[in-house]
Ligand binder design. Structure first.
Ligand SMILES: [Zn+2]
Length: 305
């Protein structure tokens, strides 16, 4: 049985053996190339990691010690990172896909706070009032009205005095605690959401550490009515908001209930209707909402960091 096969092999001409040898050599060569390619770093992997970096523009490595600075919480609630920064991990609520948090700062004032409360009631929208302690002392009934109408109460410091507040993290914290205790004496709640006068751009790392150690959370904003920039008309205020909406899925809107800001309250129904038309719902701030904060403070080392 084996003989015919040997004969068949003997029949194979010499040039065919050469071709077969060439095929075998080529096959081995290609296999070696593929194997060495697999061992080398994959170009696809490199592209995907650079793509990840592009989708996280908040991550910077400008710190000379190479400590990565991330001035935001991540999607799992892990805190911002920077050299010397020690903040807690948080559990945040899932938010609607398009949501606006209206925040009203600097009151209460009898000239505008009741008007704003009426507008919000008519529109069936809840907001967050960041109140100032020295105003609360003068008009405690307005704080109570805000709270009883279902709005969120935030702490905008007792004094609102930049000189004393930004002397040190300790003076800032003491002022916040003074207002916290005042609000507690009137409402029986400790509000843990704060807004720094001027925003957290005035902070350094020690301010975040000090506030976080005392469970406070700072909220800045990403949309500004600019109603503190002179006497604006209703149309100018509404225009300022319309210009900034863009494609934001989450908005923290800054406005004020200072005595000379009647146009802010008058503009609010139009602002709300424009935002509703664009598909936004309205929410109130709490420690369960991931904050929006300015990045600047995370790049400033403190005395203890
Ligand atoms: Zn303010």
């Amino acid at each position: 049985m084996a003989t015919p096969k040997i004969k068949e092999l003997e029949k194979i001409p010499n040039h065919s053996i050469g071709i077969i040898s060439l095929i075998v050599i080529l096959t081995i060569g290609i296999t070696v190339i593929i194997a060495s390619h697999k061992l080398a770093p994959s170009p696809v992997k490199t592209m995907s990691s650079s793509h990840l970096n592009q989708t996280q523009p908040t991550i910077a490595t400008t710190d000379p010690t190479k400590t990565p600075i991330r001035p935001t919480y991540d999607s799992k609630g892990n805190p911002p990172t920077a050299l010397g920064l020690v903040m807690k991990t948080r559990a945040f609520d899932t938010e609607p896909s398009k949501v606006v948090y209206i925040t009203i700062d600097d009151g209460p004032y009898p000239q505008n706070t009741p008007h704003l409360l009426d507008v919000l009631k008519n529109e069936n929208v809840k907001a967050t009032f960041f109140d100032v302690g020295k105003q609360i002392e003068k008009y405690p009934w307005l704080l109570k009205a805000e709270y009883e109408q279902g709005h969120s109460i935030g702490n905008h410091t007792y004094s609102h005095d930049y000189n004393s507040l930004y002397k040190s993290p300790d003076t800032f914290l003491a002022d916040i605690q003074k207002n916290d205790n005042l609000i507690f004496s009137l409402l029986g709640i400790h509000t843990k959401i704060i807004r720094a006068p001027g925003g957290t751009s005035c902070f350094n790392i020690d301010y975040y550490n000090s506030l976080d150690a005392n469970d406070y959370m700072a909220f800045d904003w990403n949309m500004d009515t600019k109603d503190t920039e002179g006497e604006l008309s209703i149309q100018q205020i509404v225009g300022n908001v319309d210009k900034q909406i863009g494609h934001k899925h989450k908005v923290i809107l800054l406005m004020h209930d200072l005595p000379n800001k009647s146009s802010s309250a008058n503009a609010l129904p139009l602002i709300i209707s424009h935002l509703k038309e664009k598909g936004y719902s309205f929410g109130t701030l709490s420690p369960k909402i991931m904050p929006i904060t300015f990045p600047e403070g995370f790049y400033k080392a403190g005395a203890h960091s």
